[in-house]
Design a protein around this ligand. Structure first.
Ligand SMILES: Nc1ncnc2c1ncn2[C@@H]1O[C@H](COP(=O)(O)OP(=O)(O)O)[C@@H](O)[C@H]1O
Ligand SMILES: [Mg+2]
Length: 272
């Protein structure tokens, strides 16, 4: 697939009795590419994620996935398109049903996707392996898994429908640093191996820098800068971007400590 998969055009959103969360935001995610979206807390990142996933509609402007309005994906055809657009949340534990075993959660996504029942156990095992999990863990409940393992299950579940694009909303910010590095490495590897496109949201520029081909900086619901990661890092154009870099402890003169993704991932991860 070529061209832009996700196109947000001049999207605005005001919450009822709330702030203007997004004010004329435009961005594009080409097929197979990762776009980073950074901004401080409250800048509108999660609102934009919800728009992209079609969970809410923009007041004005449009949000299209492969040409389809994300808020109008209805019926069988809508479900087929929606399956190609997946979500990785900040709190994976909260997104998994505690009553379902990890393997059942992934199998359920396969069922919704129309994978025949007989093929599901093999596919679950294959998906577990593809995210670096022992398929034996499929028999555990989320509470019996570590935070990193739960996020891997969430990734496996998102991959079950063979998506073209994943919206990741701060997918590692609830994890401690070592595990965060492992999950970021995994996401980078999956993007390359599967040719996945990704809208990767983070308040942390250092995290986005290693995964993104382009970075969009959001402030008070507006895009203040769009740049390559290197351009942003070495020659930020907007004062707000410079402030974000300084807050991260990085600037061209004073480079930050290596980001998690710079370090090799230890093999495996301790069980809880
Ligand atoms: N459901 C909601 N109702 C009212 N205001 C909201 C709601 N969700 C978010 N907001 C407000 O919209 C703004 C953007 O929030 P959000 O998109 O969550 O930002 P971020 O993810 O960057 O922290 C904030 O001022 C937030 O308080
Ligand atoms: Mg958020």
């Amino acid at each position: 697939m070529t061209g832009d998969l996700l196109v947000v055009d001049q999207a605005s959103k005001r919450y009822r009795h709330g702030p203007l969360a997004l004010d004329g935001v435009s961005l594009r995610v080409p097929a197979g590419r990762t776009v980073g979206l950074v901004g401080e807390s409250g800048s509108g990142k999660s609102t934009l994620a919800r728009l992209c996933l079609g969970l809410i509609a923009p007041d004005t402007g449009t949000v299209r996935f492969d040409g389809h309005d994300t808020h109008r994906l209805r019926g069988r055809a809508g479900r087929r398109i929606r399956a190609r657009l997946q979500f990785l949340p900040q709190q994976p534990r909260g997104s998994l049903n505690p009553a379902l075993k990890a393997g059942e959660a992934v199998a359920f996504a396969l069922r919704v996707h129309g994978t025949p029942r007989a093929e599901r156990p093999d596919r679950v095992a294959e998906l577990f392996r593809s995210v670096g999990l022992d398929p034996a863990l499929a028999r555990r409940h989320p509470r019996q898994l570590s935070g990193g393992q739960v996020q891997r299950v969430a990734i496996a579940r998102a991959l079950a429908t063979r998506p073209d694009l994943i919206v990741c909303d701060e997918p590692t910010s609830a994890l401690d640093t070592t595990v965060q590095a492992q999950v970021l490495d995994l996401l980078g590897e999956l993007q390359e191996r599967l040719g996945l496109a990704c809208l990767f949201i983070s308040h942390d520029l250092a995290v986005v820098r290693h995964l993104a081909h382009r970075v969009v900086v959001l402030r008070h619901g507006r895009v203040v800068e769009e740049n390559t990661p290197a351009g942003l890092w070495n020659a930020p154009r907007h004062p707000y971007t410079r402030a974000l870099l300084a807050a991260d402890g990085g600037s061209p003169e004073h480079p930050p400590a290596p980001a998690p993704a710079d370090r090799p991932a230890p093999v495996g991860e301790p069980a809880p």
